[in-house]
Write a protein that binds this ligand. Structure first.
Ligand SMILES: C[S@@+](CC[C@H](N)C(=O)[O-])C[C@H]1O[C@@H](n2cnc3c(N)ncnc32)[C@H](O)[C@@H]1O
Length: 260
């Protein structure tokens, strides 16, 4: 399939002569300035993904559509985002598939919302709930700015997630918020049978409190808590070894299934 040309409003990663990455939101009236001159966004809009463009100082740069992981790691964040290593695992273990009806909270910066929207596809739905208006506004901008349009399988709501579980009747509940235990009882009552409850938490005491709350309902089985460690490698000539630095800790993922 031929590469699709860039359009105004979507994001683009510009790789400069040194391979540095710059995330742009394409606007025909803007110029990207750097140490090798400037590149008008208009020179990128209309060219296919993977093209080479030239700056005013005759330096070459490559432009590509960001992968979702690139976008999440480079975008302007409001609330802390879920790292791609974690959202990938969470989507797998919560078994989110095309057609799933997912209740997500909090929306935060919208990073996980974007990943969920892709996973559920055009036949699925992500209802994403955020208690802070400012976070929701920011997240909407982030989500729409990725490919330049708002996916139509996302229902953004402002409020407390514990109040909407009954209304949504989800088949998956995915939580990235500090007090997920307050959602356990509504999820135990209104999550579809066989459905998955998934939570992402940074600390051990939070995980213990969540697990106690899940046990207390007597409703969840196959409950599991795990973390994902990702170690990148340097591969350069004979220097083939792990990178010196890695992200040491992000969060723990807990999943469990509802029995009827
Ligand atoms: C860590 S952020 C979520 C980040 C998000 N997963 C992402 O990848 O961008 C947590 C968010 O949950 C929201 N929040 C906390 N408790 C909530 C609740 N009970 N209902 C809805 N939103 C809640 C907070 O306002 C905050 O924006």
């Amino acid at each position: 399939m031929p590469a699709r040309p860039f359009k105004a409003g979507e994001s683009c990663i510009l790789y400069d002569h040194r391979g540095r990455q710059h995330l742009l939101s394409l606007d025909p009236d803007k110029l990207f300035h750097y140490d090798r001159g400037a590149i008008p966004h208009a020179a990128i809009i209309g060219v296919p993904d993977g093209s080479t463009v030239t700056s005013t100082k005759d330096s070459k740069a490559v432009v590509m559509r960001p992968r979702l992981a690139d976008y999440v790691l480079k975008m302007k964040r409001g609330a802390a985002v879920m790292y791609p290593k974690d959202s990938g695992a969470l989507i797998t273990w919560a078994d989110i598939e095309p057609g799933s009806r997912v209740l997500e909270a909090g929306t935060g910066s919208g990073a996980l919302t974007l990943a969920l929207s892709r996973a559920v596809g055009t036949d699925g739905l992500v209802v994403t709930v955020e208690r802070r208006h400012d976070h929701q506004t920011h997240a909407k901008r982030i989500v729409a700015g990725f490919r330049g349009t708002m996916p139509d399988n996302i229902d953004f709501r402002v409020g407390d997630v514990e109040d909407v579980v009954a209304d949504v009747e989800p088949d998956r509940v995915v939580l990235d918020l500090p007090e997920p235990w307050s959602v356990v009882v509504p999820a135990a009552m209104h999550l579809a049978g066989g459905g998955v409850f998934a939570s992402y938490l940074p600390t051990v005491p939070q995980v213990q409190r969540l697990r106690d709350a899940m046990d207390h309902t007597g409703t969840f089985i196959e409950v599991d808590t795990f973390e994902i460690l990702m170690r990148s490698w340097n591969v350069s000539g004979r220097s083939v070894r792990p990178e010196h630095r890695m992200v040491g800790h992000t969060g723990f993922i807990t999943v469990g299934r509802r029995r009827l």
